[in-house]
Design a protein around this ligand. Structure first.
Ligand code: GLP
Length: 243
């Protein structure tokens, strides 16, 4: 059963996420956060940073695991997800960078990196709250349509559409966008104890309708959320338009 909340703005949606995570940090100071890149979670991270300061929370033991990374892109590249998570989450929230993990996209080791990543999540006791964005085609993480709903972290090929969508981060040049990635699988994501998916704008309306009201199918990877015992979808009016 998926809980759907229609928020007035990205900021209001972010504040709902921030309260949920701040309460968690208070209860469990070494909690494990599932992190995501993309524009959708940005307001949520800003609200969380503000709430942490306001409530004077100690985040020194908070741990994090991010969803995905481009394959073969230098982690120091400004658009690698290592850099993006550092810039948008670790620094503003004041987390210990040693405790925040991003999948390793190094081509030399990528074949085994997925299993190692899933094992590290399990060793940490699993993810408490996983934040998610959604692609216009219903992808979560980089699990493109057709991905197995039981998949673990692994290497995937990016679709042409996702590379076109993400070219804006690479000087608008699709040739600079990596062709492959490493992503938590849908099975990995489903193991998190609470999923919070954020989507804004009419470009996401179709994907949200499929996610919440369509059949559960690998053609809309996010529809797996219907099978999760605790999934919250927070959208604005535009993204909710087809519900
Ligand atoms: C990328 C990321 C996803 C993200 C999606 C949507 O493909 N790998 O995790 O959800 O983009 O991004 P945005 O939130 O910017 O629309």
């Amino acid at each position: 059963m998926t809980e759907v909340i229609i928020a007035e703005s990205e900021r209001e949606a972010g504040a709902i996420y921030a309260k949920c995570v701040a309460d968690l940090i208070e209860r469990k100071p070494d909690c494990v956060l599932g992190l995501a890149t993309g524009s959708s979670p940005l307001a949520a991270y800003q609200e969380l940073a503000r709430t942490i300061t306001e409530r004077g929370l100690d985040v020194s033991r908070v741990r994090g695991f991010s969803l995905d990374e481009y394959a073969g892109l230098d982690p120091k590249h400004p658009e690698s997800y290592h850099s993006v998570i550092e810039r948008t989450v670790v620094e503003p929230l004041g987390l210990d960078p040693q405790l925040v993990h991003v999948p390793n996209g190094d081509l030399a080791t990528i074949e085994h990196a997925g299993k190692a990543y899933d094992a590290a999540i399990e060793a940490a006791g699993g993810i408490d709250v996983q934040i998610l964005g959604i692609g216009t085609d219903g992808h979560i993480g980089f699990n493109e349509p057709g991905s197995s709903l039981a998949s673990g972290t692994r290497i995937k090929t990016l679709t042409e559409q996702t590379r076109i969508d993400n070219a804006r981060f690479f000087d608008g040049d699709i040739d600079q966008v990596p062709t492959h990635c490493i992503t938590q699988g849908i099975g990995t994501i489903m193991k998190a104890r609470h999923l919070v998916l954020l989507a804004f704008g009419d470009g996401k309306a179709e994907a949200i309708a499929e996610t919440v009201e369509g059949g559960v199918s690998s053609f809309c990877p996010a529809s797996a959320l219907q099978l999760h015992p605790h999934a919250t979808v927070i959208v604005d009016e535009q993204a909710a338009a087809r519900l």
